[in-house]
Design a binder for this molecule. Structure first.
Ligand SMILES: [Zn+2]
Ligand SMILES: [Zn+2]
Length: 347
């Protein structure tokens, strides 16, 4: 009887809550730190994809390491959770970085990493790996190649699918649109909720990263569906990481109306993802966040940390700045965001 009464009370509270049609945001204070880990310090460069997030409770999340960071990189520190939007080489990381090598427009390419930078980082950091489609099984195999044994499945406790960090060994889990998991730092009352959302792109595993017996010439491995992510931090910040994608209507109907992101990181490189015009439409008319950080720009976007004229990022910020704060994710510079999506000290 007592359990039934509690259930009734909970259901009544859910229906009375003014935000019952959307995600209920966290209430705690503090700032979320976001650090881009690119190829050249102080600049936004061609290969830059990796972002490191740190929640006020200490949960640290690495998103799409790509070719600019591997497990030997001292910038990483602790990594508790790793997110992979899709398996393309520039996101999973098929070659190791050459710190400071080459130029911002054409960074140097290091040695091939047959297990991927993503998997070697996860193996070294005992990270919880969340990935869409069929990638969690694929990444388990890659982590097993490094460590000699397959990682366990990540825990999914309670109704919030909670796993605690730091872990003592890597784990892997699928995260598909509609689902979410919560990373909780040892004993914290709340955790960081990570949801997968749709992206429109593709998710072939590069043939060079497929283990024996490999793929037929010209084909890539099956990776299932690509994804974006929505991360709801404990201070209330909601970050939408688009992954590689084009425009789709559910950016407005589901991502904006249900998840209500206040910070958006669009992948904006024009031939295979949103271009500046499409990204502007998304920000202005579909998602309407407080702040936007254009990433994956496939160009030397900055010089001395300032936007270069005539670049995609320049065009984007001219189009967008009346509608959202544009923060350029230059490498190694940590930005801090409050619960409303405002970048503190950025202006
Ligand atoms: Zn891609
Ligand atoms: Zn890409």
């Amino acid at each position: 009887m007592r359990v039934r009464a509690l259930v009734v009370v909970a259901v009544v509270l859910i229906f009375l809550h003014p935000s019952s049609d959307s995600v209920v945001h966290g209430q705690s204070s503090g700032l979320v730190k976001v650090t881009p880990l690119g190829s050249h310090a102080g600049e936004l460069c061609r290969n830059d994809r990796a972002l490191l997030f740190e929640d006020p409770t200490g949960v640290r999340i690495l998103y799409d390491p790509g070719r600019t960071v591997d497990e030997t990189d001292s910038r990483l520190g602790d990594v508790h959770v790793m997110l992979l939007s899709h398996a393309h080489a520039d996101h999973i990381g098929d070659s190791r970085p050459v710190p400071g090598g080459g130029t911002c427009a054409a960074p140097a390419t290091g040695a091939a990493n047959a297990n991927s930078n993503f998997a070697t980082i996860a193996a070294a950091k005992n990270a919880a790996v969340l990935a869409p489609g069929e990638l969690s099984g694929y990444l388990s195999r890659k982590i097993a190649n490094v460590r000699g044994s397959a990682p366990a499945a990540c825990a999914e406790g309670g109704l919030d699918n909670i796993f605690d960090v730091p872990g003592s060994a890597p784990c892997t889990a699928s995260l598909r649109p509609g689902g979410s998991r919560t990373a909780r730092r040892g004993g914290a009352p709340t955790g960081v909720r990570i949801a997968a959302v749709q992206a429109v792109h593709s998710n072939g595993v590069p043939a060079a990263l497929v283990d024996t017996p490999g793929e037929a010439p010209g084909l890539s491995g099956y990776g299932g569906s690509e994804a974006g992510f929505v991360i709801t931090f404990t201070n209330g910040l909601v970050a939408y990481l688009t992954g590689d994608t084009g425009l789709f209507g559910d950016m407005e109907s589901i991502i904006a109306r249900y998840y209500r992101p206040t910070l958006v990181v669009p992948n904006m490189s024009d031939t295979v993802t949103l271009g500046p015009n499409e990204a502007t439409f998304m920000i202005k008319s579909l998602v309407r966040p407080r702040t936007v950080m254009p990433s994956h720009v496939n160009e030397q976007a900055t010089s001395g940390g300032s936007i270069r004229s005539g670049t995609r990022v320049d065009l984007f910020q001219l189009f967008t700045r009346d509608y959202a704060d544009v923060v350029v994710p230059v490498s190694d510079v940590t930005r801090s965001f409050d619960g409303s999506g405002r970048c503190i000290g950025c202006r």
